[in-house]
Design a protein around this ligand. Structure first.
Ligand code: ZN
Length: 90
């Protein structure tokens, strides 16, 4: 039996619009995708250079934001000690 047909996939319902594709790209980063969503997105990305660019840019922005927040929220041991010393001196 054809695996694609067994999962209800055919050339018609494999087609994603670019808008739906970008939603799946963001959903994948945040929550993950089902196997079917993953297959549909992979198929769309294999034929659409615009969405491929969107995915790359979205990942760059996410990584930059993550790095920004991590560096802002974490203190080194020396910084922690400096804060403690300042609090004790007041
Ligand atoms: Zn697209």
């Amino acid at each position: 039996m054809n695996v694609w047909k067994a999962n209800g996939l055919n050339s018609y319902n494999m087609k994603l619009s670019c808008i739906k594709s970008t939603v799946l790209i963001e959903k994948k980063e945040l929550f993950g995708l089902s196997i079917i969503e993953n297959v549909k997105l992979s198929f769309h990305l294999s034929i659409c250079s615009s969405c491929k660019d969107y995915k790359r840019q979205s990942q760059l922005i996410d990584a930059a934001l993550r790095q920004q927040f991590v560096t802002k929220l974490e203190f080194t041991e020396a910084e922690k000690q400096e804060i403690i010393n300042k609090l004790k001196s007041e």
